[in-house]
Design a binder for this molecule. Structure first.
Ligand SMILES: C[S@@+](CC[C@H](N)C(=O)[O-])C[C@H]1O[C@@H](n2cnc3c(N)ncnc32)[C@H](O)[C@@H]1O
Length: 258
């Protein structure tokens, strides 16, 4: 079954890349350290525009990238060809809740909060069970998530704040992204709107993103239900341990042996 993702932030991979360039300087080295520890082939869930899978392939790992957005997979494939790593990057159009690749992986990664696209806990469980089914014996699963900060969700939906800025990929000056959000405490969904100024043009695009929040104990319970256990938990990409103040939950999981 082909599925469309109801998120508009992925409309242009070049903007997506430019928006996240500073992040790549932080999360890619973190992933490369895990790859050095556990080896490949590496399965990247929700690989998007290849922001991480292409450099992982360039570092010499065999990578399988899975995503359901055709345009992003096409962009990844082109990038892999341009960088001469196409033979090390296999791209698969599939849904993280239903994939069946018929092989096992020593390392499965699900970077950059992508699991927050799964809004219902049953979808999360379906995905984690697919992960469990694809883990090699002694394999590891790395899940990268925000550590939800309650004060971020207490914002007035009418309040707009500057989220980020980056150089326009078409050379039209600085892109400034303004964010407003509405958090629903019943569903744990944060409904985010980004408005883009480009150079001196205001509100050139408006994009929507809905991120489900995962609280630390809830995350462990979901992993446990899917047969996965947290072996190591970091709080940021510098390998610092997880604390109440950590911006991230970076959970390295094994198959649960109980
Ligand atoms: C935050 S991006 C992450 C992309 C990439 N991993 C990165 O770090 O730049 C989220 C990605 O999740 C993909 N996605 C969302 N729901 C999905 C699903 N159910 N199955 C497969 N991919 C999904 C989107 O197409 C998008 O490429």
């Amino acid at each position: 079954m082909r599925e469309r993702l109801d998120e508009s932030i992925y409309w242009d991979p070049r903007h997506y890349e430019a928006h996240n360039a500073a992040l790549t300087e932080r999360d890619l080295p973190f992933l490369l350290r895990r790859a050095a520890e556990y080896g490949g082939p590496i399965l990247e869930l929700a690989c998007g525009a290849g922001r991480l899978s292409v450099p992982l392939a360039a570092a010499g790992y065999q990578v399988v990238g899975l995503d359901l957005t055709t345009s992003l997979l096409e962009y990844s494939a082109e990038r892999a060809r341009e960088e001469g790593v196409a033979e090390r990057l296999e791209l698969i159009e599939a849904d993280v809740r239903r994939f069946d690749l018929g092989r096992l992986f020593p390392l499965i990664v699900y970077p950059f909060n992508a699991v927050t696209h799964l809004h219902d806990y049953r979808d999360v469980l379906a995905c984690l069970r697919r992960v469990r089914a694809h883990l090699a014996p002694e394999g590891r699963f790395l899940l990268d998530l925000l550590n939800p900060k309650i004060t971020d969700f207490a914002r007035d939906p009418a309040e707009v704040h500057r989220e980020h800025s980056y150089p326009d990929p078409d050379g039209a000056g600085e892109v400034v992204v303004w964010e407003s959000s509405r958090y629903d405490r019943a569903t744990q969904l944060n409904h985010i709107t980004w408005s883009y100024d480009i150079g001196d043009r205001r509100g050139v695009f408006e994009r929507k993103l809905t991120m489900r929040q995962f609280y630390p104990q809830e995350l462990r319970a979901l992993l446990d239900c899917a047969g996965l256990a947290v072996e190591r938990l970091w709080g940021d990409y510098d390998d610092s341990p997880f604390t109440a103040e950590s911006p991230k939950q970076l959970a390295l999981c094994t198959a649960n042996r109980r």
